[in-house]
Design a protein around this ligand. Sequence first.
Ligand code: C2E
Ligand code: CA
Ligand code: CA
Length: 886
Amino acid sequence: MTTTAARRPTGRAVAPAVLIGVTLAAMAVLLARPTGLVGELAYLAGYATATALTWVGVSRQPRPARGPWLWIAGGVSLTMAADLTFQILAWTGGEPDVSVADALWIASYVALAVGLLRLSPTRPGRGVEVEAVIDTLVAVVIAFVVVWELALDDVVGDATTSAFVRAVWAAYPIVDVALVALVVRLLMTRARSLPLTLLALGSMSWLVADLGYLIDDDGSAATGLNLLWMLALLLVGAGTLPSSGRPDRRSQPALAERGRMWFVLAPLTVPVGFMIQGQVDHHHPNTAVMAGGAVALIALAGARAGRLLHTVETARREVQDREHLYRTLAANSSDAVFVAGPDGVLKEGQESLARLLGVPPEELDGASAVAGQLTVDTEALAQLLERTLSRPGEVLEMETPLRDPDRATRWVHGRVVNMLDDPLVEGIVANVQDITDRKRVEEDLRHQAFHDGLTGLPNRGLIVDRTAQAIRRAARRGTDPAVIYIDLDGFKSVNDRFGHDGGDRLLCEIARRVSRTVRPEDTVARLGGDELAVLVEDNRGEDGEAMATAERILRTLEAPVDIDGQSVTVSASLGLAVGEVGGSADDLLHDADLAMYRAKATGRARIVVYDASMGAEAGEALVLDADLATAMDRGQLEVHHQPVVHLGTGAVVGFEALLRWRHPRLGLVPPDRFIPRTEETGLIVPIGRWVLATACADAARWQHLGGEGRQGLSMAVNLSGRQLASDGIVDDVRRALAGSGLPPGSLVLEITETSLVADPRSAADRLRALSALGVRIAIDDFGTGYSSLAYLRQFPIDILKIDRSFVNTIDRPDVMPPIVRGLLDLGHTLELEIIAEGIEHEVQRDGLRRERCPLGQGFLFSRPVPAAEAEDLLDVVLAPDERVSL
Ligand code: C2E
Ligand code: CA
Ligand code: CA
C-alpha cells in the first residue's frame, strides 16, 4: 500500500521532468551555438518540448477545470507553429516584414489572453471587483506608457515602412499591454500558488522578449531574446501542471492588499522618470502620452484611495451598528446581561440588571448595594464567584431567591462565565433571568404532587415519605413510629344518598376532625376514596400515643355530620401498626391496612392492632409471583391498546400499549397489581421486551393496512425505571423496530419522572441513545413526580403526558384550573407535544380544546381494548361540523 502510494507521484513526474530537461538542454545548445543550423534546430526543439510539456500539464488538470488551460496550451502551440513557419520561410530565402507567421503569433496572444481571462474567478465579491478593475487599469496605463516610450513611438513614426507593416508591428506591444493587465488581474484575484507564479513569470518573460525585439534594431540581442522566449514557453508549460497542494480557498490573493497599494502608487513615478530622462538626453518623450498617463494614474490612485476610505467607513459603521444592535437587545430583553470584574463589581450592563432587580441603576455601583437592598444569599454568591474565577470559560449556573422587603419573594436564575482571559471582554459575563413564574408552577406542582385535591391533606406519597423518615429517626430516638389506617364504614351509602358532592363534603368534614385530634407533629393523609391514615411519629406512653390517638379518632366521629340539612353518622374501622427498626414504610402501611381489614371483618367501628399472623395472608402475593414467572411462557400476557386522539378532529393518531395478565383463576389482572412485583424481581425486563416487540408488530401491521393518516400512526410503550436501567434496553428497542419494520419515528417510549431521578446521569445517557435511534420520548404522568422543570430539561424529551389527576380537576369547559393551564403553557414553551391523559367527560375535552391542547387519551374516546378491536377504532373521526382546528 505505502509503496504504491509513494511510487505513483514519482511515476507521474517522469514525463514533465524529461521534457523540462530536454528544453533546458536545447537552451544550452543554443547558448553554445547561437548561429547556424544547430542553433536554429535547438531553438525549434526547445519550443517543441516546451509545447509538449504544456499539453502534458493540460491533460493532468481535472476535467471540469480544463477549459482555460486548453486555451493556454493552444496559444503556446500557435507560437510554436508561428516560429516553425518563420524558420521555414527563413530557410527558403524569403524573410518578409510581415508574413503568415505574424498572423499565427497574434492569434497565439489572443488564445493566451482568453486562457488568462478565464483563469480569474468569474465573480469575486462585488467590492473586490471595483478595486481589481482600478488596479488592472493602472497596469494597462503604465504598460502603455512604457511600451509607447520604448517601442511604439518609433514604430508609429517610422515613415520608411508601409502603414500595414507598421500596424502589424504596433499590434504586438498593444496585445502585450493587454496581457500585462490580465496577469496583474490574475495575481490579484487568485490565491498564491506555484503554477500561478510560473504562469506569471512566463508571461512576463514573453512580454519582455517581445519588447526587446522591437527595440533591438541591430539584432545584437537576438540570442538572448531567443533564450528568453524559450524560457517563457518553459515557464508557461510548467505552469500548466496542476500543483500537488490544494490552494487554500480563503488564503490571500497572490498580490496582497498592501502590495497592491504600492502597485497603484509607484507607477506615478514612471512618466515623471521618462520626462526627466528626456530632459537629460534631449530626447523628447511624447508629451501627450506622458501627461495623459500621469493624469490617468493620478485619477486612478485617487479613485483607489476613495474606495479604501469607503471600505474603512463601511467597516466602522458595521461595527457601530452591531454594537447598537447588541445594546438594544440587551436593553430590551427581560434577562439581565452584565459584565463584572474579578472582584464582583459591575463593569457594564448596570441598567439591565437594575431593571431586573427593580432598583435604581445608581445604586448598583457596588455589588454590596444590591445585597443590602435585597436579601440575597451572599455566601452562595461568593462561592459562585470563587468557582467562576477558578474555572475560566466554564458556564456555571445558580438559582437563588431575592427577598425584597417591599415585595413578594422572587427567584432568579443566573449563568456566569469567566471571560477574564478574553481581551475583548476582560470580565465575568452573567446572564440573569427572572424565573419566579416557573418556580411558582413548580411549587404548585410539588404541592399538588403531595396533597390531595379534595381535602388538602397530604397524599399517600407524602405520608410514605414521612413514615420512612420517622423510621430512620426512630433508631436514634428510641421509640418507634406507628401508623393508623382509617376506612369509613358505609361511605358508599352516603354517596348513594347524597351524590358525589355530599360524599365529598362528608370526607372534608371527617378530614378536618381527624386533623384536629392529632398532635402537630403527626401527619394525617388521604390515601384515596374514603381511606385516611395517620402517622404518629413518637409512639411513647403507656399504651402508646398511637392507641390514644386512634381512640380519640373513634370518638370524634361519633358526632353526626350535617349534609344538606340532614344529620348523618358514620363510623370507621381503624388498623394500627407499629414500625420496627429497619422495616420499610410501605410494609408499615401495609400492616396497618391488614389490621384495618381485620377490624372491618370483625364488626366495624373498632381498632385492631396488627400482629404477625395477619401477614400470612400476604402469602398470596408469593403465589402470584410464582404464577408470574410462567405467565409469559404460557401465553397469559396480552397487550391492549388505548387510542390517542386528536382533540380537534377526533381522529386516532396513535395508541398506547397497556399490559394485561389473563390469570386462569383471577381473570384479567390489571398492571398495577403485578407490574410493581415484576419491577422488584427484574421480570419486567423480559416482559417489557415482549411488550415492545408485540406493540411494534401491531403498529407496523396497522400502518401497512394503509388508509388516510395511518402511515403516521404512533405506538407508545411504557418503560419502567428498571427497564431503562438495564443494559440491553437500546438493543431491545432496536431489535423490536427491526423485527417489525416499524419506522423509529412512530415509536414513543413513555418514562415516568420517578424513573429518571434515581440515577439521572445514566438515565440521560440512555435516553440520548434511544433518542438517537429516532424514537420519541414521552414523560408519563407528568406533574405527579416532584422533579423541577429545569431539571427535566437535561433529558431529550419530546412529549409531555399530563396526568389524569390534573385533567380530573377540569369540571367546566370555560374555566381551566390554573395548574392545568400552567402545565400546558410549560409544554408550549418547551416546544413539546402534549397529550392529556384520562379524559372521561366532554367538558374536559372541550376545555382542553379551548386551551389548544392537541392530543388526548381517555375513557371518553375508548378504554384500552385488545388488538383486534383497536384496529376498528382507526376509522373513527368526528363529523366535519363537530371538528375544531387546534
Ligand atoms: P399509565 O401509563 O399512566 O397508563 C394509563 C392508565 O390509565 C391505564 O391504566 C389506562 O387504562 C388508564 N386510563 C386511561 N384512560 C383513562 C380514563 O379516562 N380514566 C381512568 N380512570 N383511567 C384511564 P392501566 O392499563 O391499568 O395501566 C396502569 C399503569 O400500569 C400504566 O399507567 C403504566 O404505568 C403501567 N403499565 C401498563 N402497561 C405497562 C407495560 O407494558 N410496561 C410497564 N412498564 N408499565 C405498564
Ligand atoms: Ca403510560
Ligand atoms: Ca400516564
